[in-house]
Ligand binder design. Structure first.
Ligand SMILES: NC(=O)c1ccc[n+]([C@@H]2O[C@H](COP(=O)([O-])OP(=O)(O)OC[C@H]3O[C@@H](n4cnc5c(N)ncnc54)[C@H](O)[C@@H]3O)[C@@H](O)[C@H]2O)c1
Length: 453
């Protein structure tokens, strides 16, 4: 076996590998065809590069194979055409990893119920890669994770076969920056960072990734790239927590936090506006900071900013609950008779992603508190499970629908909602996103989070 590897090793040249990347004569594999993986696979396939997409979810593979698409941000016609032309081959056959020269790992990195990192998906995918690892493969880990994952967990699994890293095969970490729902910044025009285990690993990762993004910034190690991604998300979490705390203070003192942030945002340097809301959700900002605080504990270090930010952000759905209950108390209704409509279940505007959505948490709290008549409307999310109940979205949002409710809560500010109509026909609107900002008139029935209204 070792002899065999040596023989093949003599035939393999890193320079030629680089050349084949630059000439587009590589085969790309993408493991995990979700919000991150599918756009990457489509970008390569779009260039006419042979791309194989791997997923354990048969449903996703079936949809793609039959010309469909399940990621809102990607052009469905494009997906269908790259699949029809076989530039993108979706499959559940992991033995086909052997065909790939460049392999991206884009699998989930959730946390456990105790909020510890769960890197089991990364481990499973790495084992699948290791099973068919051969000379001249470049593996790029994209899943967000704590520093040390690439070198301490992924690298040893890949090295088991005796291939030498940086010479026979290559490994890098390159964090993803995609922002679903963002119509300005997407895979193609967002610069990304890449850190390889060796210099060649970085060079090859930059070359391969550079084919589909505007700019790749090399860093000195996977650890730096892993930590860099966490810094990006912790930065957002801490700043959102800051305005969320100030929003609660502004409610007490009767100052409008939204106006305050906008005014501060006129400073041309040294300030970046962040806005309050009902809490944070999704697969990134809520989870990723915990990856670092977990790791820090191993070094007897407490990441106080992360903990405090999480505490404030996670308290926001509870704060929205208190706003709703205050409105119930003001009207001739009780918790058990109140009719509450939540507008938006997705964790943020214009996406269909429900993961860790604060709106879902608000719904859970409402039902837990005995509000029997909690409904929602979200054109992107037809059903949700809240405790043991399945809730169905209202079919449409009309004046008649709105009039049926005592309280309407804007939990997600989808741009397709008609806010004029919402304000006009609702008894009370609790606006947690400042979505009614552009609605003209006195808006006496609007209770805006963080405004003291
Ligand atoms: N969604 C985002 O906006 C975003 C942005 C930046 C970074 N990230 C990070 O990227 C990673 C992926 O996130 P996502 O949002 O794309 O997740 P996702 O859940 O949308 O997609 C992950 C896909 O991996 C598949 N999968 C799971 N285990 C697998 C395995 N062993 N082999 C093959 N496929 C497998 C799942 O079926 C799913 O289709 C996470 O680490 C996340 O933190 C996500």
């Amino acid at each position: 076996m070792a002899k065999n590897i040596k023989k093949q090793s003599q035939k393999f040249s890193t320079e030629q590998f680089l050349e084949s990347i630059n000439n587009h004569t590589i085969t790309v594999g993408v493991i995990g065809l979700g919000y991150v993986g599918l756009p990457i696979a489509v970008e390569y396939a779009k260039l006419g590069i042979s791309t194989i997409g791997f997923d354990i979810d048969n449903k996703k593979i079936d949809i793609l194979q039959s010309g469909g698409n399940y990621i809102m941000d990607i052009d469905s016609t494009l997906v269908a055409s790259v699949v029809a032309e076989k530039y993108l081959q979706p499959t559940t056959e992991f033995s086909r990893l052997a065909e790939c020269d460049v392999i991206y790992i884009c699998v989930p990195t959730p946390f456990t119920p105790n909020k510890d990192p769960d890197i089991s998906y990364i481990i499973q995918s790495t084992e699948a890669v290791a099973d068919s690892l051969r000379l001249g493969q470049l593996i790029i880990l994209k899943s967000t994770t704590f520093p040390g994952t690439t070198t301490k967990y992924v690298q040893p699994i890949l090295e088991k076969k005796g291939l030498i890293i940086g010479k026979d095969f290559f490994l890098a970490f390159s964090p993803e920056r995609i922002d679903p729902g963002n119509t300005t910044w997407h895979t193609g025009n967002t610069p990304i960072v890449a850190g390889g285990v060796t210099k060649w690993c970085t060079t090859l990762a930059c070359a391969a990734h550079g084919l589909i993004v505007s700019k790749v910034i090399p860093v000195s190690s996977p650890n730096v790239a892993e930590m860099e991604k966490l810094l990006e998300n912790i930065f957002r979490s801490v700043n959102i927590a800051l305005v969320n705390e100030l929003a609660q203070l502004c409610d007490r003192i009767g100052v409008n936090i939204w106006e305050v942030v906008e005014a501060a945002g006129t400073k041309p340097f040294g300030f970046m506006p962040f806005f309050p809301g009902p809490g944070i959700g999704g697969h990134c900002i809520l989870i990723d900071p915990y990856y670092l605080s977990w790791m820090a504990r191993e070094y007897d270090f407490e990441t106080n900013f992360i903990t405090l930010a999480a505490e404030v952000n996670e308290s926001m759905p509870f704060y929205v609950r208190s706003m709703i209950e205050r409105e119930v108390a003001r009207q001739p209704i009780t918790l058990s008779t109140a009719k509450v409509l939540l507008l938006g279940m997705a964790f943020k505007r214009d996406v269909d992603d429900l993961r860790h959505s604060p709106a879902l948490k608000v719904a859970e709290l409402m039902i837990q508190d005995g509000i029997k008549n909690v409904k929602y409307f979200d054109p992107y999310i037809p059903t949700v499970q809240v405790h043991d109940k399945i809730l169905k979205s209202e079919k449409s949002l009309t004046a008649e629908t709105l009039k049926n409710y005592d309280i309407v809560v804007i939990t997600t500010d989808h741009s397709c909602y008609d806010y004029e109509m919402i304000v006009k026909h609702s008894k009370v609107v609790i606006d947690t996103r400042n979505a009614c900002k552009k609605v003209k008139g006195t808006k006496k029935n609007v209770v805006l989070l963080g405004s003291g209204s």
